[in-house]
Design a protein around this ligand. Structure first.
Ligand code: PMP
Length: 374
């Protein structure tokens, strides 16, 4: 009997389009044989990690033969104190991505629907499809989440609603009042996941921003995710977390790998939390970098989406992927977002002042040679 492996994979997985990560610098070096490449593609922190993190990692190294603390006691204790919640309301993940996947695996079945917005973070459709559930994609409003339409899309089959606040790749943000009213309007039969991967930047940039973590007492079906990958500069370590009711956390913990977060990541994250000065410096670099892009786009006559993150999506009025490809040849890695339904846009992560200047100059050069959309 001849069987195609394609038929053996689960139906949802057969149709899954894998996540397209930012292109690594080393890969582009190999492909083009050029050096001095800058990467502004994955919303990483150009400042890097705090020196305290490096120290903590060095101190942790001799313990590498041992398994990590599977309950992540110390990190959970620190996070529980910051958020004013109990330890059993915190779930630690291998990046916040891990938490998003755990939610789908623990709560979403093949009969369920998962609601999220058009142009929302690409992991939501992936985790939905991987468990064989139905994605309900709600059209965006002015590039952002249309919360009224999302609430209307909820049915008795809806088990999870993902809201990225701010959203990636658009950078759009929802204010506290609107968000809270939205969460209140959702029946408890659906979990509301507020993805706050860019929380620190949003708090710095967006007046009226409120973390949904402040309302955990009111909503037993609420889960908030955060990460150490962005403002804390630890994307390579892979550590994030969810905070929720203890009941939700209990179910996430049942399906997670016993040692999903490694010992270096646990030690690094704990040390990162203690360095407020470093965090503030990263936010300052981001604010100044965003201003550089806004001034440049203004002079170039380009529209951009106001952002509450450490990245900015700009409308190039031409084929964004072509510009992305040409920028690679200039040694600048950005992100094409055609796969997010934004073919004329480019998403640029805010880098250091020098990196931003280089990116802007390369963009000017490339745009001069590209055909504009009619
Ligand atoms: N949510 C959003 C909105 C993101 O942009 C990202 C990173 N691109 C993540 C979650 C996941 O990040 P991590 O797994 O590194 O925490």
């Amino acid at each position: 009997m001849s069987v195609s492996i394609n038929e053996l994979a689960l139906p949802g997985v057969q149709k899954l389009r894998p996540y397209e990560p930012g292109k690594p610098v080393e890969e582009l070096e190999r492909e083009l044989g050029i050096t001095g490449i800058i990467k502004l593609a994955s919303n990483e922190n150009p400042l890097g990690p705090s020196p305290r993190v490096i120290e903590a990692l060095q101190a942790q190294m001799p313990e590498l033969a041992r398994y990590p603390d599977g309950n992540a006691f110390q990190l959970k204790q620190a996070l529980a104190a910051i958020h004013g919640v109990d330890l059993n309301q915190v779930t630690i993940g291998n990046g916040s991505n891990d938490i998003l996947e755990l939610i789908a695996r623990a709560f979403v079945g093949t009969d369920n629907e998962v609601v999220f917005s058009e142009h929302a973070f690409a992991v939501y459709p992936i985790v939905t499809q991987a468990v064989g559930a139905t994605a309900v994609v709600v059209p965006a409003k002015a590039w952002g989440h249309d919360l009224d339409a999302m609430a209307e899309a909820v049915t008795e089959r809806t088990r999870v609603i993902f809201v990225a606040n701010p959203n990636n790749p658009t950078g759009t943000c929802v204010g506290g009042d609107a968000l809270k009213a939205f969460i209140r309007s959702i029946p408890v039969t659906a979990l509301v996941v507020i993805d706050e991967a860019y929380f620190e930047y949003a708090q710095d940039l967006f007046a009226g921003y409120v973390s949904a973590s402040e309302w955990l007492d009111e909503f037993p079906n609420l889960l908030v995710t955060r990460t150490f990958s962005k403002a804390y500069g630890l994307a390579g370590l892979r550590v994030g977390y969810g905070i929720s009711s203890a009941e939700i956390s209990d179910f996430l913990n049942r399906v997670r790998q016993p040692f999903n977060v490694n010992s270096m990541a646990l030690a690094g994250a704990l040390a990162a939390l203690a360095d407020k000065t470093h965090l503030a410096e990263g936010l300052r670099i981001n604010r100044e970098g965003l201003a550089q892009y806004e001034v440049a786009f203004e002079t170039m006559g380009l529209d951009w989406i106001p952002t509450a993150g450490n990245f900015i999506s700009v409308d190039l009025q031409c084929d964004g992927r072509e510009v992305f490809n040409r920028l690679l040849h200039e040694g600048v890695i950005t992100r094409a977002v055609d796969n997010y339904g934004m073919p004329s846009f480019l998403r640029i992560t805010v880098g250091t002042a020098d990196e931003n200047t280089r990116c802007i100059e390369a963009l000017k050069k490339v745009l001069a040679g590209v055909k504009k959309n009619d």
